[in-house]
Design a binder for this molecule. Structure first.
Ligand code: AMP
Length: 335
């Protein structure tokens, strides 16, 4: 292994990535690009594990997600970008890993339990939902990476992938899959970026498409302004002179990330020397400034250029994946 590899990916559940995806994931991938070969996967199969009655338009979503990767700063000349289903070794290794993974272990995964409860009544739990972590293990281990970037609260998910690799090695008596590292982002605000709204208890909650509380990387300046204007602030702050509580205010949280003057702004907000509208206007300006380079890069990306990038990415991913599969087959005495 001449180059240290990193594996990272996002599901193609919808075509637009949001600021949470950027702060919690992409930002780190972009940072890692200078020291590692960062394999950026668009996980289209994974988008099927929680699909509703209408199947997603995966080809469209995947292309758009790949465009957002580049718009955010992934350099396709440094980091291969590829679509999971276009590298058939993912499905193959998933099948093999399913033979060395205990059912009990999968049934205890907290996200499986949650998603099962979220399913509409009468809907069957699919095998794919249960097997999601096995496919994730295949996604990661195919590339035998040095590490996988992850937010602090998601680290336990990766432990299962490591266990699957260990089970394979133990079952077939070969060290095919070395252990990989978690590259943890311990910035709590960035790894769980709040959305613009609050939950039923008045608490900030994670930015997520399903809550319809997102700022998308593709939002134009007007859309950003409109969303920020209707964002949640301190409920007891009716007038500028009322004291604010920046810790519980979505707008102040974003100021912390995007405004170099946030400390002064927070203090003024707390002392009732600054109104919510002023905070919002400052944030609109900062956020739009921040998103300008994203918009610039994205406007030059048409379908033909993205397809060429994805083809190159797929070739590089397959080179690595097929080498791993050759070792897997030898270890299993399939060949
Ligand atoms: P997913 O759509 O679940 O595949 O998420 C893609 C990536 O974005 C994962 O690394 C998530 O942890 C990250 N992510 C999603 N929502 C947020 C958020 N609100 N704040 C920080 N990271 C997020």
């Amino acid at each position: 292994m001449s180059e240290r590899r990193i594996l990272s990916g996002m599901r193609a559940t919808n075509p637009r990535l949001h600021l949470g995806n950027y702060e919690g994931a992409l930002r780190n991938w972009i940072r890692l690009q200078s020291d590692y070969r960062v394999f950026c996967m668009v996980a289209d199969y994974h988008a099927l594990t929680t699909m509703g009655d209408v199947p997603p338009d995966l080809a469209y979503n995947s292309r758009e997600v790949a465009k957002d990767y580049i718009a955010a700063g992934i350099d396709p000349d440094k980091s291969p970008i590829f679509i999971q289903s276009q590298v058939p070794e993912h499905a193959e290794l998933h099948l093999i890993f399913s033979m060395v993974t205990g059912l009990g272990k999968l049934e205890r995964v907290p996200t499986y339990k949650e998603k099962r409860e979220d399913l509409a009544e009468g809907r069957q739990v699919s095998y794919g939902l249960l097997g999601y972590p096995v496919l994730q293990a295949a996604d990661i281990l195919l590339y035998r990476p040095y590490g996988v970037p992850v937010g602090k609260d998601q680290a336990p998910h990766l432990e299962l992938s490591r266990e699957v690799g260990r089970s394979f090695n133990a079952a077939f008596g070969a060290e095919v899959f070395p252990e990989f590292k978690d590259i943890i982002d311990d910035d709590d605000l960035r790894s769980k970026l709040p959305g613009l709204d609050v939950d039923e208890n008045g608490q900030l909650r994670k930015m997520s498409k399903s809550y319809d509380n997102c700022i998308y990387l593709t939002d134009d300046a007007d859309a950003v302004a409109q969303k920020v204007k209707s964002a949640f602030t301190t409920p007891s702050k009716m007038r500028k002179t009322d004291p604010g509580i920046p810790e519980g205010c979505a707008v102040c949280q974003y100021l912390k990330l995007y405004s170099p003057d946030w400390q002064t702004q927070w203090e003024e907000d707390r002392r009732g020397e600054r109104g919510c509208m002023q905070n919002k206007n400052d944030l609109i300006e900062r956020l739009n400034e921040f998103l300008v380079p994203f918009r610039e890069r994205r406007k030059d990306l048409d379908d033909a250029s993205i397809d060429a990038i994805l083809k190159r990415g797929r070739e590089e991913a397959r080179d690595v994946a097929s080498e791993t599969m050759a070792e897997v087959r030898r270890a299993m005495r399939l060949i």
